[in-house]
Design a protein around this ligand. Structure first.
Ligand code: FPP
Length: 243
């Protein structure tokens, strides 16, 4: 595995790629006797804060877990509200993201999303494809095990057609067939809300990722939380299994 040299902020190395499991929207709302949907709305504000924070800190890649394969089993009203929020956010932010030099990518089973959101996804990707200041990847209808199974199916098909042989299968080859093929592995994964699980997010890609679990509920996430996680990452000693 290639280990990239890391830039230093003066307070320690800055991760090149930060992935975030944005958790705690529902609890944030319940604590305030509000509907869960209000928590998701505030969560969208925190997304803006995270994108700005990464830009300010010089983080090159930000990957956000916005909607998991498992989230399809939530009540239909909540799913519809989340879809409405994605629609609103994408329409509203497309110009700002494009002007700020953000390239937006998507991973997950995008074909399961409503048609108009699929069109918005295609439009944002197209509009921002030449940007490079920050690569923002949004995981929508994403599940890591299904992503890995999809990669295996493609490799299997190639073997069946004689384009590859079983001996060609390597870690690098599997990596190249994942949705994240053109992204480096995350250096730092942050999960908010005190939960300490990966929840089917980037299982393959997080083999050597540093995890930071914050008690902050996602709607309360601010640049200071990002800085605290980055500072903790800076104190870790990454050995990649070596001494
Ligand atoms: C987890 O909190 C959060 C989600 C399932 C949705 C994440 C979506 C957003 C932050 C909205 C905006 C995102 C974008 C990219 C525009 P939860 O509902 O599981 O909270 P709980 O564990 O407290 O119930």
């Amino acid at each position: 595995m290639e280990v990239l040299p890391q830039r230093d902020s003066g307070q320690g190395p800055i991760p090149e790629h930060v992935a975030i499991i944005m958790d705690g929207n529902g609890r944030w709302a319940t604590k305030r006797s509000l509907q869960r949907l209000r928590g998701h709305e505030q969560g969208a504000e925190a997304v803006r804060e995270a994108v700005r924070g990464c830009g300010d800190l010089g983080i090159r890649y930000l990957t956000l877990f916005a909607f998991s394969s498992e989230n399809w089993s939530r009540p239909i009203e909540e799913i519809n509200h989340l879809m409405g929020l994605f629609r609103f956010f994408f329409r509203k932010e497309i110009n700002a993201l494009s002007d700020a030099g953000v390239k937006v990518k998507f991973i997950g089973d995008i074909k399961r999303l409503p048609d108009d959101i699929q069109s918005l996804v295609a439009e944002i990707k197209e509009r921002t494809q030449h940007n490079s200041k920050l690569i923002l990847t949004i995981a929508l209808s994403y599940g890591s095990q299904s992503e890995i199974a999809g990669a295996m199916r493609i490799i299997g098909e190639k073997i069946k057609k004689g384009e590859l042989s079983a001996e060609d299968i390597s870690e690098e080859m599997i990596t190249r067939h994942l949705d994240t093929a053109d992204l480096p592995d995350p250096d730092l994964l942050i999960r908010t809300s005190g939960e300490k699980r990966l929840s089917n997010f980037l299982l393959w890609q997080c083999a050597y990722t540093e995890f930071v679990f914050l008690d902050t509920l996602w709607p309360d996430f601010r640049k200071e939380d990002l800085m605290a996680a980055v500072a903790e990452y800076g104190n870790r000693n990454r050995r990649y299994g070596a001494l």
